[in-house]
Ligand binder design. Structure first.
Ligand code: PHB
Ligand code: FE
Length: 346
């Protein structure tokens, strides 16, 4: 189903006037209907002539929705939980319920539909805006935000929702690129990283090379991140993207990559729960301590648990050919090796 402008207009006309008794708007995308109340989000769809409904805690839903919006649907699948999620098909997005849950799937009670990405983005942004109350920040660690995700609708938190994603062109601190987080008022050192040295490296370039050498203190940069579970592009070399992030509590989504990605644990510890991508069956539990490196294969979903705020480097390969190569079986799910066009000579 294509989400065209008539769907958007239907949404605008139908729903602002249909605030429920908790004060929240309802949203419809195709056959999916989303509503929230004081504690819960409800997702409804139809399958086999039956009406189905799935309930999630509103804080869990908002944390997942915040990432899906901020990451522009990310790579592959963003599972909000075991039942509902989105699949990025790059100019289109698939919404699904029960599609990757063996019980719904086996009984034919799952539903999925594809829409234009811009339509889903507009709807999800409106949902996030309407359902996030003043004082609640879905990007913050639970200990660093209020409890106003609960209760009847009260106000907005647009400053938190509209934070610019700090995605560099080459590397933070280069002329014209994202600035280093040196403004201590805007970027105070997080309570967990007060012991992280803040000095910057001294660069001694040979004469004539001053503009070609750059370095910065990544630990200091990360120690001043005010968000959790939000990888930001911090170095770009062709398709190789370093996306470090600071983590506390639980990764709000179960991400299923459409390619391989690498994790380098920079500090503290994260436990990863690894499940089969299609069924959610447990496959592995990985405990990563500072200095550990792991590759996540292209046929799993994963969720991280970080007891203390920790630093993680997510290393992504943004080559747009990769999803198709894995889907067609040309690359096996655990092989990240350099791909060569058939027939090309090295
Ligand atoms: C991931 O799904 O790979 C991921 C997402 C967000 C993070 C870390 C890892 O903060
Ligand atoms: Fe991932």
């Amino acid at each position: 189903m294509v989400g065209d402008l008539s769907d958007v207009r239907a949404m605008e006309q139908d729903f602002p006037s249909t605030r429920n008794e908790s004060g929240y708007q309802r949203f419809r995308l195709g056959d999916f209907v989303f509503s929230r109340d004081e504690y819960f989000v409800h997702i409804e769809w139809r399958a086999q002539g039956k009406k189905l409904s799935h309930t999630m805690s509103a804080d869990v839903f908002l944390r997942a929705l915040m990432r899906d919006v901020a990451w522009n649907f990310f790579y592959g699948w963003v599972n909000f939980d075991d039942v509902f999620g989105t699949r990025n098909r790059y100019d289109r997005v698939e919404l699904y319920a029960g599609r990757y849950h063996p019980v719904y799937k086996e009984q034919g009670l799952d539903h999925s539909a594809c829409f234009d990405s811009s339509f889903v983005m507009q709807a999800f942004r409106s949902m996030l805006d309407d359902w996030t109350n003043v004082g609640y920040d879905p990007f913050a660690a639970p200990a660093e935000t209020g409890l106003t995700w609960q209760g009847k609708k009260q106000g907005h938190n647009r400053a938190a929702l509209n934070r610019a994603r700090e995605s560099c062109r080459r590397m933070p601190g280069l002329p014209g690129d994202v600035p280093l987080r040196t403004d201590r008022n805007r970027y105070p050192i997080n309570r967990a990283f007060l012991d992280v040295p803040q000095d910057e490296p001294v660069i001694e370039a040979e004469p004539g090379f001053e503009h070609e050498v750059h370095a910065f203190n990544l630990f200091a940069y990360l120690s001043r991140s005010d968000v959790t579970w939000n990888p930001s592009v911090t170095s770009v070399c062709k398709h190789s993207l370093f996306c470090p992030t600071t983590e506390e509590y639980i990764l709000p989504v179960k991400h299923a990559n459409d390619r391989i990605e690498w994790f380098l644990q920079l500090s503290d510890q994260i436990e990863w729960r690894i499940e089969d991508r299609a069924t959610g069956r447990p496959r592995a539990s990985v405990v990563m301590r500072a200095g550990d490196v792991a590759a996540m294969p292209a046929d799993i979903r994963h969720q991280g648990f970080s007891r203390r705020r920790s630093m993680l480097l997510v290393w992504e390969n943004a080559d747009p050919r990769l999803p198709q190569l894995y889907e067609d079986g040309i690359l096996p799910p655990s092989l990240a090796g350099e791909f060569q066009e058939p027939g090309s000579v090295k």
